[in-house]
Design a binder for this molecule. Structure first.
Ligand SMILES: [Zn+2]
Ligand SMILES: [Zn+2]
Length: 263
């Protein structure tokens, strides 16, 4: 499996992806908003885009579908429940469905509601797994829920699916928000040891050569995976004085998501 992360350079800071089979050169384009860059990158690599996949229905993820499909004849894949929101889906995806790319690549669809209620993440079946997580999980952050999602569902997707993946899992999010999100981590957990060094490292990075994190790293620097941290809980209590002595994970997650909305 070859992964090409494509930095769009737009105001929303989207990342698009090409996932290719090294044997056949067939490729799947994930959320190819910047259709010119995606088509150009495929051409340069000698790949043929045969499938387009939307992680969810938001326009900054679906906006390149038409142009890519017109140029390539690719099939369109998205969550089975997105069929009324994304036109012309060829294949609706449910939890556990397998997407094949060429001869060598197999990717599993995870049903991960929360950012929207029809959001899929993709998990590659490779020695080192790779997770394409759209707007569910960001580097050092979590997706918002005000475009058709729900924080209860987002917590559930994190706790029951994403947090259980191997620490070595490579994280490929839908946007470059890492620097801003690390500032949120430091606001919520001022004594986080890893976040300041990582922030110094990524502050000056070219998003076209972005750091690819792992789930293990996210567990160190992403507040939404640090729900038992005493300093996260102590800081949270300053904003929510009624917080119980030992708040459950879900309460901490949802309060953090609430604070992040206005941060
Ligand atoms: Zn979105
Ligand atoms: Zn987005």
């Amino acid at each position: 499996m070859i992964v090409k992360q494509i930095w769009t350079g737009n105001a929303y800071r989207n990342f698009n992806y090409l996932i290719a089979c090294p044997e056949t050169g067939e490729a799947l384009a994930v959320d190819p908003l910047d259709h010119e860059k995606c088509l150009g990158a495929a051409k340069e690599a000698g790949w043929e885009i045969t499938q387009v996949l939307n992680t969810h229905e938001h326009g900054d993820h679906t906006g390149g579908n038409e142009a890519v499909i017109a140029a390539t004849g690719a099939k369109l894949l998205a969550h089975e429940n997105a069929k009324d929101k994304i036109p012309n889906i060829d294949r609706g995806l449910g939890a556990g469905d397998v997407i094949r790319i060429g001869k060598t690549v197999e990717i599993e669809a995870l049903d991960t509601p929360g950012h929207t209620m029809s959001h899929v993440c993709l998990l590659s079946r490779t020695d080192t797994p790779a997770l394409f997580c759209g707007d569910t999980l960001f580097n050092a952050g979590a997706g918002n829920c005000h475009g058709g999602g729900h924080p209860d569902e987002l917590y559930h997707s994190f706790a029951t699916q994403l947090a259980k993946l191997p620490d070595a899992t490579l994280i490929y999010p839908g946007h470059d928000y890492i620097a801003n999100n690390l500032e949120f981590t430091l606001d919520r957990e001022p004594d986080n040891a890893r976040a300041p060094e990582l922030l110094a490292q990524v502050a000056e990075q070219d998003p076209a050569e972005a750091l690819v994190s792992t789930l293990g790293l996210e567990k160190e620097i992403n507040t939404f995976f640090r729900l038992h941290s005493p300093s996260v809980i102590a800081r949270l209590r300053e904003a929510f004085p009624d917080l119980p002595d030992e708040p459950d994970e879900k309460t901490v997650f949802i309060k953090l998501r609430e604070l992040r909305n206005d941060w």
